[in-house]
Structures are given as structure tokens and as C-alpha cells.
Write a protein that binds this ligand. Structure first.
Ligand SMILES: Nc1nc2c(ncn2[C@@H]2O[C@H](COP(=O)(O)OP(=O)(O)OP(=O)(O)O)[C@@H](O)[C@H]2O)c(=O)[nH]1
Ligand SMILES: [Mg+2]
Length: 448
């Protein structure tokens, strides 16, 4: 490696809406408009004036996935209060170089984001043969009473005297939708839940919302979708032609989507995992269980030393930042008092499974602080998103539920009704939105 250039490749992940785009946007925004008084880069107080010079965006290969930093920054900064980034690609990239005033060398940072839900595909990535994957999925369904109930119409049709393929597809889509609503962890292929543009399946009647989604690669290049579903051994024997297309589609899914994606993640040296505790609380206990399960799958991807345990190549990740994100949505006093324990309980099993040489940092963070304290500590002020409660999108006080001291073993969405807010309307003296400890995370990433 050149002593004059230090390159880092950083993956940012988290479940749907956990804040990947805002995290990247806010970080780029703080770097582009760097002010050492509000974003400390130097490691200690002596270096508190360290600044960033010559920041230059670098060209990336896949232009389609380029993170539109400038557009998003302009929208965020609209006077009177802007809007959050929109969704445009499930994976986003941005590469930049700069020079720190306290270093001789140049730094180059290559960021990518990906939905943590892609880890639902880990089994597909690790299983070469379609038939082995099919058998495993059907086994999991049969082992789980609720899943078996949800999948019964599909399984019944698989055994019918005459099998209609379109009907079979439709029934599997409805089944998967029910699994998603119930936070079942064998919802694969993951593109059914989070498509290639990052869109998530809507809530609503399982039969109707599921049919516009694809069980595999969507249509493209003038050809139809490349969908696949799990077939039992008997069904595979009964439908040899359909089996052939299923094997082809399965292989295409692995080679076109999973191999490039997991291959790229494997090349990263740093991983940032965003954990949206307010959302996990306000979505009910199923969301917590799903998050834990996805972290467990992620730990399998990172277990680079395990014999035969590597997924599509050797993993290089040596640093992992675990972030309790959007802490500005939590009561001010509870941020440092309660979130650290919740973060630890959520991530301890994951950390335990990492190789001992992987450096782990845990952070309480808000990349873009969108609330202000209120004299009542159970209330915050912000631009509530709720259309009927705040059609004018102005700053208003609103109630914040209490964060529990530890994760309850059972809870429902009604127990923790957290609210969402628009980005802050900047005050006259503010040039940039504030952040909470985003610079701590950045120093951790940058540290040699
Ligand atoms: N208050 C607050 N809200 C945030 C913050 N970051 C993200 N959000 C909220 O979370 C929503 C989703 O953030 P995104 O950054 O788009 O999340 P994402 O992980 O990129 O979402 P997908 O790409 O759709 O999976 C935003 O629209 C905001 O409502 C933050 O720092 N503070
Ligand atoms: Mg996003």
C-alpha cells in the first residue's frame, strides 16, 4: 500500500428505513462543509482543529447506483425545512478522496450501502443446487406450526392431481407475504420483500399486495421475470420442464445478484450496522426477533476463518461499528441512560460470534438531529410527519414514549408509539443540520 494514499472500503447496512441514506448523506454533508468546531476529526483535543482539504468525489463504475449526494443535500437544506432522501436503488455507492490537515497522506473512502434483508438470501448464496435449497425451505416451513398454516394452500396445490404453475406462483407469493407480515425468517428470495430499487412490499391484503412483486429477478432486457419457488421432490419429478427453468432462474439469481453483492461486501474492510431502536420498539417484538436473526446471518458472512463457512469468497472486514441510530427520536435523558444497554442486548450474540481480531465499536448516534428538547422531558419539538396532526409541517411539541430499561420479552406496537419527523428547519445561526456523535463514528472508521 502506498504511504501517500490510504484507501478504505466501507459498507453501510441496516433494515428497511433504518437510516442508511440519511447516514451517508449527513456524513458526506459534514465532510463537504467541514467545520472542526462541529465535527471533530482529530483524534484528541490537541488535534481539535484538524480540517479536511481537497475533497474530491471519485468516479465509480456502476453509475446507476451512484448516491446523488448533491440532489439529496439540496432537498434536505430547503429553507423552512427540507425533506429526507428518497429511495432510488437498493445499493448505493459514493467514493471520495480528501486530505486531512494533520496527515501527509491522502485518504480515499469508498462507501456502499445494502439492505440488511439481503441476508435472507444467505442460504441461497451458500447452496449451489436449487433442489437442496427447495428441500431446506420446505423443511423449515413444516417445522414451524404458524408457517405451515400460512403455507397450507401452497403445499396442498403442490400435491394436487393437476398442478397449475401460475396458480402455484400466486399461492407462494401470498404465503411469502404472510411470512413477511409475521416476521418469518425464511422469506427468500429477498427481492420479493425489498426489490432492486429498495422498495418494500406494502401492508394490506396478502393476496393483492403480493402479486406485483417478483420471486427472483424482475423483468429486464426484453425478457420476463426470472422467478423461482421451492418445489418438493415429488413435484420436481412431476414437472421436469418447470424444474429446468427453476434451476436456471435460481442460478441466475445467484450469479447476477448475490455473487456480485456478497463479493463486494467481502472486499470491504469496515462495516457500519444501523440499528433503529425506535422502529424496533414501535413495530412490536417480531421486529426485534427478525433484527437479531438478520444479525446472526450477518455474523455467518463475517466468519472468514471458519472452514467451509465462507460465502462467495473470503471476507476482509476488520472493523464493525454498531450504531443505535436516530437517537434524536428518544427522550433526551434516555439517550445515554438507556440506549447503550438496549444496543448491547441486541448485539452481544452477534459480537460474540465475530472473530476476535475484528474491532467492534458501539455508538449512540443521530446523523441528522431533527428534534429539539422541550421543557417537559417527555416531549420533544419537531416537524411531525403525521399528515393529519401536522399538515403545515411546522415545529410542534409531541409526546415521546419511554424507552424500556431492557428489551421486554413480549410487546406490541401500541406499547411504544414513536413518531417520525421531517428534517429540521434550520435556525438562523445554523449552516448545517446538527448531528449527535456522527464524528465519533467517523473517527472510528478512519483510525489506523
Ligand atoms: N429523526 C431522525 N430521523 C431519521 C434519521 N435518519 C433517518 N431518519 C428517518 O428514517 C427514514 C428513513 O431513512 P433512510 O436514510 O431513507 O433509510 P434507509 O435505510 O436508507 O431506507 P431504505 O433505503 O428505504 O431501506 C427517514 O425518511 C427519516 O424519517 C435521523 O438521524 N434522525
Ligand atoms: Mg436508502
Amino acid at each position: 500500500m502506498s504511504p501517500f494514499l490510504k484507501s478504505k472500503k466501507i459498507a453501510i447496512t441496516g433494515t428497511f428505513g433504518s437510516g442508511k441514506s440519511v447516514f451517508l448523506l449527513s456524513l458526506l454533508h459534514q465532510l463537504h462543509n467541514h467545520d472542526p468546531r462541529y465535527f471533530r476529526i482529530g483524534e484528541d483535543r490537541e488535534h481539535k482543529d484538524t480540517t479536511i482539504k481537497n475533497l474530491t468525489p471519485q468516479v465509480i463504475k456502476d453509475q446507476q447506483s451512484l448516491f446523488p449526494y448533491k440532489t439529496f443535500a439540496q432537498r434536505l437544506m430547503k429553507s423552512g425545512g427540507g425533506i429526507w432522501p428518497s429511495r432510488h436503488n437498493a445499493s448505493q455507492r459514493f467514493k471520495l478522496s480528501f486530505k486531512r490537515s494533520d496527515r501527509m497522506r491522502k485518504d480515499e473512502l469508498d462507501f456502499m450501502t445494502f439492505p440488511l434483508e439481503r441476508l435472507l438470501d444467505l442460504n441461497i448464496a451458500r447452496t449451489e443446487r436449487y433442489s437442496d435449497w427447495s428441500d431446506r425451505v420446505l423443511y423449515h416451513i413444516e417445522e414451524d406450526k404458524e408457517a405451515l398454516r400460512a403455507a397450507r394452500p401452497y403445499l396442498v396445490h403442490l400435491d394436487a392431481q393437476e398442478i397449475f404453475i401460475e396458480r402455484l406462483m400466486r399461492l407462494y407469493k401470498t404465503t411469502l407475504t404472510r411470512f413477511i407480515f409475521d416476521y418469518k425468517t425464511f422469506t427468500a428470495p429477498s427481492t420479493f420483500m425489498i426489490d432492486l430499487h429498495g422498495g418494500r412490499i406494502d401492508g394490506g391484503a396478502a393476496e393483492s399486495v403480493s402479486q406485483a412483486r417478483f420471486l427472483g429477478l424482475p423483468p429486464g432486457d426484453g425478457s420476463g421475470p426470472k422467478e423461482f419457488i421451492p418445489l418438493s421432490g415429488i413435484a420436481r419429478m412431476r414437472m421436469p420442464e418447470f424444474l429446468e427453468t427453476q434451476e436456471k432462474h435460481y442460478e441466475l439469481y445467484r450469479s447476477r445478484l448475490l455473487k456480485p453483492l456478497f463479493g463486494e461486501i467481502n472486499q470491504c474492510d469496515t462495516l457500519i450496522v444501523l440499528l433503529d431502536i425506535p422502529s424496533l420498539l414501535s413495530a412490536g417484538r417480531g421486529a426485534f426477533d427478525e433484527q437479531k436473526w438478520l444479525l446472526d446471518e450477518l455474523s455467518k458472512l463475517l466468519r472468514y476463518k471458519a472452514k467451509g463457512g465462507q460465502v462467495l469468497g473470503r471476507n476482509q472486514i476488520r472493523k464493525v461499528a454498531l450504531i443505535a441510530n436516530k437517537c434524536d427520536l428518544v427522550r433526551t435523558f434516555e439517550r445515554e441512560a438507556r440506549l447503550p444497554l438496549l444496543l448491547r442486548q441486541l448485539t452481544d450474540d452477534f459480537v460474540e460470534k465475530l472473530h476476535k481480531t475484528v474491532e467492534v465499536g458501539r455508538f449512540i448516534c443521530s446523523p441528522c438531529v431533527a428534534t429539539r428538547p422541550h421543557q417537559d422531558p417527555q416531549t420533544l419539538v419537531g416537524r411531525l410527519i403525521h399528515p393529519s396532526k401536522n399538515p403545515e409541517r411546522i415545529d410542534k411539541p409531541f409526546d415521546i414514549p419511554e424507552v424500556p430499561k431492557s428489551w421486554p420479552s413480549e410487546y406490541t406496537p401500541q406499547d411504544f408509539p414513536f413518531s417520525k419527523v421531517w428534517p429540521p428547519a434550520l435556525q438562523a445561526h445554523e449552516k448545517l443540520p446538527r448531528h449527535y456523535r456522527l464524528d465519533d463514528v467517523f473517527r472510528f472508521i478512519l483510525q489506523d
